[in-house]
Design a protein around this ligand. Structure first.
Ligand code: PEP
Length: 263
């Protein structure tokens, strides 16, 4: 079971969206909603992950927000530091640009961009070494679930990074459980299924680290205002990684409210 002191996280993953003018509008609408002062810092961590060339635009817009909204990179290079690696952005460069959070291991990167476990390990290692917070994504495919392999796949993905995380670095990690069959499909895992997997992840983390009971475990996969309250009510669901619904300021805000007020 989760430590009841875990502050929930609600993170918007904008993926390869939207155009710059719309990104500006989206973040400004969200800022307006935050002005209602209904979601305190203590109730919920908030974050958005725009495309890399919009990280600064969004960060600048959020400087006038009435509370912290973290800006998250959607990926990071497997290469460290600086150097001749065309097209790459390292953890050191993110840190140098005051980007302190990064998604690693999203299923879309695993599926389309070759993020194999050994590559993910390098990304995690460098991000942690730079002091970044890593939102590490795990999740099984529909086929794996139907074959009864979901637990094994997800727990293996957690174990995949264990060798590159030092004892003190576990507090820099947030886990996001995202069943692949629920991402962008409109199908959400039932709260019971999600809770059951989160409880198993929690047990797995406890075996790996003494910080296991305090690490946030987010759920992702078609989270929307309509299902956020019941997901937030599950004891081991400590927040949400939200794709599609985060592109609508009102929807994202309602999801944040659900987690801030249900937890
Ligand atoms: C995601 O991309 O991380 C995600 C969960 O997407 P969606 O909410 O659209 O399913």
């Amino acid at each position: 079971m989760s430590d009841s002191t875990i502050t929930p996280w609600v993170v918007g993953n904008w993926k390869m969206n939207p155009m710059q003018v719309n990104a500006k509008q989206l973040i400004n609408e969200f800022k307006e909603l935050l002005n209602k002062n209904e979601i305190s810092q203590a109730q919920c961590h908030l974050a958005v992950a725009p495309i890399s060339i919009a990280l600064h635009l969004v960060k600048d817009e959020l400087k006038q927000a009435n509370r912290t909204v973290h800006v998250v990179a959607q990926d990071v290079s497997r290469m460290a530091g600086t150097g001749a690696y065309t097209g790459e952005v390292s953890a050191a460069l993110l840190k140098d640009s005051a980007i302190e959070h990064v998604l690693i291991g999203h299923s879309e990167r695993r599926e389309f961009f070759g993020d194999q476990p050994h590559i993910i390990r390098e990304k995690v290692k460098h991000a942690l070494a730079e002091g970044l917070t890593v939102i590490y994504c795990v999740g099984e495919s529909l086929e794996q679930r139907e074959n009864g392999q979901a637990d094994q796949v997800v727990l293996q993905q957690i174990c995949d990074i264990a060798s590159c995380v030092t004892a003190e670095q576990w507090h820099q990690i947030v886990i996001a459980y995202e069943p692949i069959w629920a991402i962008g499909t409109g199908k959400t895992a039932s709260p019971e299924d999600a809770q059951s997997m989160h409880a198993k992840i929690r047990e797995g983390l406890k075996q790996l680290t003494t910080l296991g009971s305090t690490m946030p475990i987010l759920y992702g996969g078609s989270v929307k205002p309509e299902n956020a309250v019941e997901l937030a009510a599950c004891p081991d669901i400590n927040g949400a990684l939200v794709g599609g619904a985060s592109l609508n300021a009102a929807s994202f805000y309602q999801i944040a409210q659900a987690f801030a007020h249900t937890k």
